[in-house]
Ligand binder design. Structure first.
Ligand SMILES: C[S@@+](CC[C@H](N)C(=O)[O-])C[C@H]1O[C@@H](n2cnc3c(N)ncnc32)[C@H](O)[C@@H]1O
Length: 206
């Protein structure tokens, strides 16, 4: 695996639950970025939302199998196989009430993250539910770029850790304060922030 475990395939977490509990979910539009095989895209669809799910890996077969099993969701859930760095051209001005962006932003360089979060701030009209892997997490312990400044912090894990965590792609890991700065400088206002036992920073922002 290049990009780590598809957690949403097997379970939801507290951040997912917060999004699912938004009162207007049955009329909402949601952008699920780095959606994996669509675990949360389908939960959101079942809650009534219209979902636009984007991933750089091709999960179209998984989406189509699940849609055949839940035909009532056809027309509500759309999978786009593309790089989120191309988001502005993929969406062509489309806007969303919410964005779910779980466990994926750290696969972009810091420069690309700044640009994408800036664009998202214009495209998401209500809230974003976002998490990144922290520099102080287990993954960060032997991360080769842990002392690099953010603009140069983009490196692959050492071979043993890459295998252990199923992450072969380069990463930019964040301290909590750095993640807060990144969100604020790209126009986001933070409603809540927490760090999981594993060391992922989870934010609700608008
Ligand atoms: C750890 S998985 C997270 C999947 C799911 N969101 C979850 O929370 O379990 C990271 C996902 O980000 C996707 N991804 C990584 N870089 C991407 C990019 N540049 N554009 C779109 N998706 C990307 C990967 O393919 C992978 O499905």
């Amino acid at each position: 695996m290049l990009y780590g475990v598809d957690v949403a395939k097997s379970r939801i977490d507290d951040l997912d639950r917060l999004l699912l509990r938004q009162s207007s979910m049955e009329k909402a539009t949601v952008l699920d970025l780095g959606c994996g095989s669509g675990g949360m895209s389908f939960k959101l669809g079942e809650a009534g939302a219209k979902v636009f799910a984007v991933d750089i890996e091709d999960y179209s077969k998984e989406f189509s199998i699940k849609l055949d099993l839940q035909p009532e969701l056809k027309g509500k859930i759309q999978f786009i196989h593309d790089d989120m760095n191309n988001l502005a051209s993929i969406l062509r001005g489309q806007t969303f009430d919410y964005c779910l962006f779980q466990r994926s932003l750290h696969y972009l360089s810091y420069e690309a993250a700044v640009s994408l979060l800036h664009d998202l701030n214009k495209l998401v009209t209500d809230k974003m539910f976002i998490s990144v892997t922290g520099l102080e997490s287990d993954i960060g312990k032997s991360y080769p770029a842990r002392t690099a400044v953010l603009s140069k912090r983009f490196a692959k894990l050492l071979p043993e850790e890459a295998k252990k965590f199923s992450i072969q792609a380069p990463l930019c890991l964040y301290q909590k304060e750095e993640f807060v700065d990144l969100l604020e400088q790209t126009g986001w206002k933070i409603d809540s922030i927490s760090t999981s036992a594993f060391g992922n920073h989870k934010v609700v922002c608008h």
